[in-house]
Design a protein around this ligand. Structure first.
Ligand SMILES: Nc1ncnc2c1ncn2[C@@H]1O[C@H](COP(=O)(O)OP(=O)(O)OP(=O)(O)O)[C@@H](O)[C@H]1O
Ligand SMILES: [Mg+2]
Length: 358
């Protein structure tokens, strides 16, 4: 199975292989998303995206079986205890209990769930949902790109799966805060002692940085984007030096807003969890690639922050273009892991994986 992650900035795909008990990179694909074709987590120009994928696919992959995810802003994931004493089918009960968390009426949503545990008349379930038109749009795009979608997931779980497969999540006293920043959205996940305890998506991401530069320096978005890629730096030794300092000054308001949002999530998480585990922050996604970003966040939040590059361990020798794309490939790798046998990455793996298609 190949993990396919269609984003607003880039389209990423990755296939993994297993060698003994090790995961290795089989191949990957990284394409810029054609402009205007994907807006607010939604594919708006199906033909253009599908043709782009189809014309590049065979260079990297033999298989056409893919696992995808909906965009985080269109994904709902909830852990619920539902009362089954009425004898109604569990599926129906989950639907009605989930309804209050959904953006649309249940009939317009695709919902799936997995039972986690049971105590007398209460069943604990993990339920995922996304608007039906989002799922249909992904299926349509795959069809047109000559791909077969085997599963469509909620992206939080796919990232979590990569985390479980590559870190030592069960170590006692370990808490992780995964920040996956793309162009338009940032996913936040707290994992405490191997349990996914809190998740959220915020709209501050790579585009917010570009917009801040455009606003501050009176530039067009495209001009600001290319300035960001070459002259944005958060390294202490550079932020007071030209040409970095004027880009930095333009970024300051959005950086402040981002830090406040992250701090709010950390405070919320800490107020709900009884233990005071030391949190390590893992940065993922293209938006986190501003030079000096980990140290900047570490200073601002007073926490240990690193660039999370678990896929480094998947390659034996350098593959052209891989190290440039590596930070953006985490979600695609988490999706690809759906096809990997449980015994390679442990039993915990079997606990995650709700697909919104069957
Ligand atoms: N070296 C860099 N410095 C600063 N920003 C960067 C760098 N490289 C990429 N980015 C930013 O990363 C973002 C793209 O990241 P990514 O490819 O992970 O997004 P995406 O998955 O397509 O977006 P989304 O999931 O939000 O739809 C863009 O905003 C881009 O400007
Ligand atoms: Mg993304």
């Amino acid at each position: 199975m190949i993990g396919l992650d269609i984003g607003s900035y880039s389209i990423k795909a990755i296939s993994l292989a297993v060698s003994g008990s090790r995961l290795i990179l089989d191949n990957f694909l990284y394409l810029p998303t054609p402009s205007e074709s994907y807006v607010d987590g939604t594919i708006v120009l199906t033909d253009i995206i599908a043709d782009n994928i189809r014309s590049n696919w065979r260079k990297s992959f033999k298989s056409n079986k893919v696992v995808l995810s909906v965009a985080p802003q269109h994904a709902t994931l909830k852990q619920l205890w539902v009362d089954v004493s009425s004898g109604a089918p569990l599926e129906e009960t989950v639907k009605w209990d989930l309804e209050k968390f959904l953006p649309l009426p249940v009939e317009e949503m695709v919902i799936n769930f997995q039972p986690l545990s049971q105590e007398e008349n209460q069943v604990e379930v993990l339920a995922g949902a996304s608007p039906r038109h989002q799922i249909e749009s992904l299926i349509r795009t795959c069809k047109q790109a000559k791909l077969v979608p085997l599963a469509i997931e909620v992206p939080y779980l796919s990232l979590f799966r990569l985390f479980l497969a590559t870190e030592k999540p069960l170590e006692k006293h370990s808490a992780f805060f995964i920040i996956d920043m793309g162009a338009s959205q940032t996913m936040l996940l707290f994992v405490a002692e191997g349990v996914l305890t809190f998740l959220r998506t915020i709209p501050i991401a790579g585009n917010s940085f570009t917009q801040a530069i455009a606003r501050g320096l009176n530039l067009k978005f495209e001009e600001a984007e290319s300035l960001k890629l070459t002259k944005a730096s958060l390294k202490l030794e550079e932020i007071s030096e030209e040409p970095y300092s004027f880009v930095y000054r333009a970024l300051e308001p959005v950086l402040k807003e981002l830090v406040q949002e992250l701090q709010r999530s950390i405070d919320f998480y800490q107020s709900r969890s009884s233990s005071s585990l030391e949190i390590k922050i893992l940065l993922s996604g293209g938006g986190c690639q501003v030079p000096g970003f980990p140290d900047f966040l570490s200073r601002a939040l007073g926490m240990d922050v690193v660039n999370w590059k678990p896929l480094k361990g998947f390659i034996e020798e350098e593959i052209s273009g891989f190290s440039e794309a590596i930070s953006s490939l985490n979600l695609a790798a988490g999706l690809a892991l759906k096809g990997v046998e449980r015994n390679v990455i442990g039993d915990l793996f079997s606990k995650v994986g709700i697909s919104l298609i069957s």
